[in-house]
Design a protein around this ligand. Sequence first.
Ligand code: FAD
Length: 332
Amino acid sequence: MKPIVIVGMGLAGACTAWHLWRQGVPFRLVDRGRPGSSQVAAGLIHAVTGKQCAVADDFEIRRDEAAQFYQNCERESAHTFWHELEVVRLLDPIEFEKKKHKFAQGAASHWVRDIVVDRRWPDAVAVLLGGGARLDVPKFLFATQEFFGARGCYEEGEIVAPVADAMTLFCEGSRGLIHGNPIPWRHRCARGEILTVSAPGWKQQRLVTGKGWLLPLGGDVYKVGATYEWDDLERGPSPEGLLRLMQMARSLGGDQFEVIAHEAGVRPILRKSQPVAGMLADDVYVLNGLGSKGSLYAPWASRQLVDLIVNAVPLDSSLSVTEYFANLPEQT
Ligand SMILES: Cc1cc2nc3c(=O)[nH]c(=O)nc-3n(C[C@H](O)[C@H](O)[C@H](O)COP(=O)(O)OP(=O)(O)OC[C@H]3O[C@@H](n4cnc5c(N)ncnc54)[C@H](O)[C@@H]3O)c2cc1C
């Protein structure tokens, strides 16, 4: 087999590297050393999402795989980055009346632990849900870089074209999609902003979701997010974003908090949060389009890619980049 070069060490590249390592296949993991979307991501994994309170059909199976994968990485790297979380989903009472059947039967009901009225949110119904988790993504990437750096398989550098006499795996995130690398993409990348705040009075240990989310990190520090913008992707944190995030912080946590950090990143989106992977040309492979669910989908999608390359196991058709291009609607 030709030598393998992974381009980019966000969630996609890092998870690919761990799978190759476990299969005993040598590789070079190369990253340009500038933070991608993974360095900003809150790393949330939770079952009941969006306005519709929907649960993805594959949620449970992907979540189980992700939990096992990251916990194995924790053991191998001797770092901790996987945290199980209880989730509170807030709904206003009218919305709750419309959706309560979803919490009583069907996919969402599987995750419901209780339905309560809490004095912290007097105007909302709080649905307590299991199955939530947080991947501390920057720490996972730090541990990955440290682990593979110590074994001589990580290096800093930029690779702009397929490497001669090697298999090149492009895991470039939104940068690859926007710059059309290694091929032109029809992307829907979305910029997102996120706050880190200190709030000693909130005393919240659960992930709170509703209009936005509030994530406890421990030590009275929380992340609050996130915004979605499809224009002006190169723009960093904005004053409008800050106002929206402060509103979310007030409604989910309370009035008393201090902003510690305000960051922005670009989610790599091709078709919502459904990634694509596979072979683009001889010795040229890709894994991209993790959208807003990189922590959940990267372990599964990268395992599929590695199984294709190393063991010639065909990809799940829902992931296949060939199928993706074959089914792209005509552009009007
Ligand atoms: C505000 C915000 C909040 C989010 N919250 C969550 C969340 O709660 N849960 C969740 O699961 N996901 C979340 N996401 C989404 C998550 O960040 C992405 O799904 C995931 O990080 C994408 O990973 P990636 O490896 O594809 O891309 P990236 O993280 O962008 O990694 C790509 C890497 O490749 C490097 N690179 C690019 N081109 C080259 C090159 N030519 N040569 C060398 N290196 C190169 C880049 O520098 C970067 O390090 C969030 C995103 C944002 C913006």
